[in-house]
Ligand binder design. Structure first.
Ligand SMILES: [Zn+2]
Length: 302
């Protein structure tokens, strides 16, 4: 019987302002994981929130999905833990925002952990949406020896129904729909198949470019952490070159997104969008929430 190896959830807490941490990974364990106090496992539903003119968040306080609405349909980014999450959280969230889930043309999966692809099967089956992910991520979710995660409801990722087909996204590929272009970078580190994104959007009709870093938590080997740092450098310089002035995470406890969403839900149209950053602030976020920790971890191996 396959070992159940649980993710090192502590590392997902990097950069968050939150709650108690689990200090040790639980590995090679067949026991139900006790991570109920980890922010990742927080299944409190967030009020669906508009972040920019056409980008929205739906999901839990622990993990969620982004909706990018275009004139030609919706690009959904990530699918949460399970088909039930897709059906009972993402879809009602989309409807509550006044959008139509039948418009989901693409589901873009940021990486091969169950909290991001678990509902992909439901989205594909119900809306005939195309699943987009890196080749490495696709192969990994279909690998019988892949890491098995246990979700907050006790389900094993190895039991999840998987999407049937996909379209591969590669480095510097651009996913275009309507007026939206999502630039994809392959950024292995958090997982081997992780991607990061830069999305053009507007806020009160003013152009902005939003970035999503593909996976916060640090991996568990020196080699993987070095890859993480290299990918982070690549992502940061690409983002700055492409005029990125906002950063959002599909784990909303990272970088204060939960607090920012509270402000956004009450925001008057004349008020500043709290997600918009200067280049210096963006660089500082990358340094304090990510780079500092990965360098510390690399140094801890030496
Ligand atoms: Zn992950």
């Amino acid at each position: 019987m396959k070992n159940i190896i649980l993710l090192v959830f502590t590392v997902l807490i990097l950069g968050c302002n939150s709650k108690k941490k689990k200090e040790e990974p639980i590995s090679n364990s067949h026991e139900k994981n006790d991570l109920s106090d980890s922010p990742l496992f927080n299944t409190e539903i967030v009020e669906p929130t508009k972040l920019f003119d056409n980008i929205y968040f739906v999901g839990y306080e622990g993990v969620g999905a982004f909706i990018v609405n275009t004139t030609q349909g919706i690009i959904l980014i990530d699918a949460m833990w399970t088909n039930d999450d897709a059906k009972n959280v993402i879809i009602p969230g989309i409807e509550k925002l006044g959008l139509n889930p039948k418009d989901i043309k693409y589901l873009l999966v940021t990486h091969e952990h169950a909290d991001h692809y678990g509902g992909a099967n439901y989205i594909e089956k119900t809306y005939k949406s195309k699943i987009l992910m890196s080749e490495v991520a696709w192969n990994s979710i279909h690998d019988p020896n892949a890491l098995v995660l246990v979700d907050p409801f006790g389900n094993k990722s190895s039991d999840l129904p998987l999407p049937q087909s996909y379209q591969k996204v590669g480095d510097k590929e651009i996913i275009s729909l309507g007026e939206t272009n999502i630039k994809v970078l392959l950024t292995p580190g958090h997982t081997k198949g992780a991607i990061s994104l830069v999305i053009n959007t507007t806020d009160n009709n003013i152009d902005h470019d939003v970035s999503i870093w593909g996976g916060t938590g640090l991996p568990n080997t020196l080699e993987e952490n070095k890859k993480y740092l290299k990918s982070l450098d690549y992502f940061e310089s690409f983002a700055i070159k492409n005029g990125v002035d906002a950063q959002i995470s599909n784990h909303p406890f990272v970088n204060n997104l939960l607090d920012d969403m509270k402000l956004l839900r009450l925001r008057k149209s004349t008020e500043k969008n709290p997600l918009i950053l200067t280049t210096e602030e963006f660089k500082r976020n990358i340094d304090t929430a990510l780079r500092k920790s990965v360098i510390e971890k690399i140094n801890s191996y030496q």
